[in-house]
Design a protein around this ligand. Structure first.
Ligand SMILES: [Zn+2]
Length: 209
């Protein structure tokens, strides 16, 4: 399987034009994001890490996990981080009808929290029925994927690639999951330290793009 850390330009052509792959390039800013949480094993340590460096991040949570770990979910918000909708049950748009997909998206908004940011699970975007989502939400993809959930990718590799490929406005994806955090907890402190030294700031994705 091919693992693309930066998303190839050809792939981006298949997405609607207003999909967000990176933020403005004029400032030395990085947008760290965590998908799939909250999670009993990883959310706490992630929040501690962010707090240690005094930086903020964006958490694309699923509704399922948010309701299951509501204390952790509220803690993410109390710590000043931003929440994005990652559907209620982590649905792939390629495996359900546009109607079913939209219902899962809306279930998050209705049962968990109103948000302004959306990230489609697996990066799969429905070919039909996206208008409703785009009316209220910015669709946030990523510039660099850590593949932290894949045990075949060593944390050193993540550090190496991210160190080379990050530029102003890059959006990083890591995962708020027990398995992924095994590599995230090694790679992330190194990367954050390195980029702070290089003069970058880490920020939440603004809810009004
Ligand atoms: Zn996900």
């Amino acid at each position: 399987m091919m693992r693309f850390f930066p998303v190839p330009s050809a792939v981006k052509l298949f997405y609607p034009v207003n999909t967000c792959w990176e933020m403005g390039q004029q400032h030395k800013k990085i947008y760290l994001t965590f998908d799939d949480g909250p999670c009993e094993e990883s959310t706490g340590p992630i929040l501690e890490l962010l707090d240690r460096f005094r930086i903020r991040a964006t958490f694309f949570c699923t509704g399922m996990q948010a309701l299951k770990h509501s204390e952790l979910f509220n803690k993410i918000i109390d710590c000043g981080h931003t929440i994005g909708n990652h559907t209620f049950s982590h649905k792939s748009a390629w495996k359900c009808t546009p109607k079913g997909y939209l219902e899962d998206f809306e279930r998050f908004e209705n049962e968990v929290r109103k948000t302004r940011l959306f990230r489609p699970p697996y990066g799969h975007f429905p070919l039909g029925g996206t208008k409703r989502i785009r009316m209220s939400h910015a669709v946030i993809m990523w510039s660099l994927m850590a593949w932290d959930f894949d045990p075949a990718i060593r944390p050193e590799k993540i550090v190496e690639i991210f160190s080379k490929k990050t530029s102003n406005g890059s959006i990083w994806v890591f995962h708020d999951q027990e398995k992924a955090w095994r590599s995230g907890q090694v790679a992330l402190p190194k990367l954050i330290e390195k980029f702070l030294e290089r003069g970058y700031e880490f920020e939440c994705i603004p809810e009004k793009l």
